[in-house]
Design a protein around this ligand. Structure first.
Ligand code: ATR
Length: 287
């Protein structure tokens, strides 16, 4: 049972999630749970904003004293454009999911997906610096995750159905410090022995997605390889079930969702909330 919410009043700090549609977002559930848990006078609301009305909505929220907002489909590009200051996470990932309305009137923009992904691995006791990572997919989520991994000095291989997108991603993140290779989608399992971490960022295995049964052959996965999926419905994806059947440690996508939310909460409300069994259970019950 979630803790009781406080009454809303003049001192209530406000934040929300801007999207269209936005009713399916789990963010209000998570943030309001933490607000109650920490006794913070705050509220977090869904903000359905039509395409084309993003800027006027953000200016209105800012004028009304909101602390900031999460941004989801279809407004991520508009969020990038409206920012006065792009944090490194936003620049590297090429996307924005969290806006902070600073006291001086500036709009600061972050992308919390990649760091949320890595924080979740660390919370599971995974030493991400241990070895190279093989990332499946080359969309927005992949870019955020590859950015966060390479920022930590980890070598990454990317395999994507459309190879050109993987090459574009590698190019966008190229720097003297980063090591990014592109491998063939048709033969990505051949590369398993050279990696310590496998991450699925594609929608394969998502319930009702393009391919419900994505159970690749993990026979070549080295012992101890960590297998992570960002899909979280179902929580145990076919990929994770195949990994678990081989005795490999698995990390499901719910933790990334919780940790990326955690980073936004910290920006708006000044408390670093715990990702513990209580909030995990709250999320699981809603999936
Ligand atoms: P997101 O921003 O959430 O990462 P996206 O940009 O739509 O979403 O990316 C979806 C990813 O899933 C892409 O890597 C996509 O591969 P393509 O670039 O070739 O489109 C991948 N994907 C989706 N359906 C797929 C399928 N049936 N087989 C293989 N990859 C698929």
């Amino acid at each position: 049972v979630p803790p009781m919410r406080r009454a809303i009043g003049g001192g209530t700090m406000l934040a929300g999630v801007i999207g269209w549609p936005v009713s399916h977002s789990r963010s209000p559930l998570l943030h309001n749970f933490w607000l109650a848990r920490y006794g913070i006078d705050g509220a977090y609301v869904p903000l359905p904003v039509r395409p084309g009305l993003f800027d006027v909505a953000v200016r209105g929220l800012q004028a009304a004293g909101f602390r900031g907002a999460n941004v989801t489909i279809p407004h991520k590009e508009a969020a990038f454009a409206i920012a006065d200051h792009l944090h490194r996470s936003a620049v590297r990932s090429g996307s924005v999911n969290t806006l902070v309305f600073a006291g001086d009137g500036r709009i600061e923009a972050h992308s919390t997906d990649g760091d949320g992904f890595v924080a979740n691995l660390e919370a599971h006791g995974v030493d991400v610096t241990r070895g190279p990572a093989l990332v499946l997919g080359a969309g927005g989520a992949a870019r955020a995750i590859v950015a966060s991994l390479t920022d930590r000095g980890i070598a990454v291989s990317i395999a994507n159905r459309t190879r050109a997108r993987a090459e574009d991603l590698a190019h966008a993140l190229a720097s003297p410090e980063t090591r990014i290779a592109v491998t063939d989608w048709d033969r990505w399992t051949d590369g398993l022995p050279d990696h310590a971490l496998l991450v699925n960022t594609t929608s394969l295995g998502m319930h009702g997605g393009p391919d419900d049964v994505f159970a690749p052959d993990l026979a070549r996965a080295p012992a101890g390889m960590v297998v992570a999926d960002i899909v979280y419905v179902p929580r145990m994806t076919p990929l994770l079930r195949a990994a678990a059947a081989r005795g490999l440690p698995v990390v499901d996508g719910t933790g990334m969702l919780l940790h990326q939310a955690r980073l936004g909460f910290r920006e708006w409300f000044g408390v670093d909330p715990a990702v513990d069994a209580d909030i995990q259970a709250l999320l699981d019950a809603d999936l």
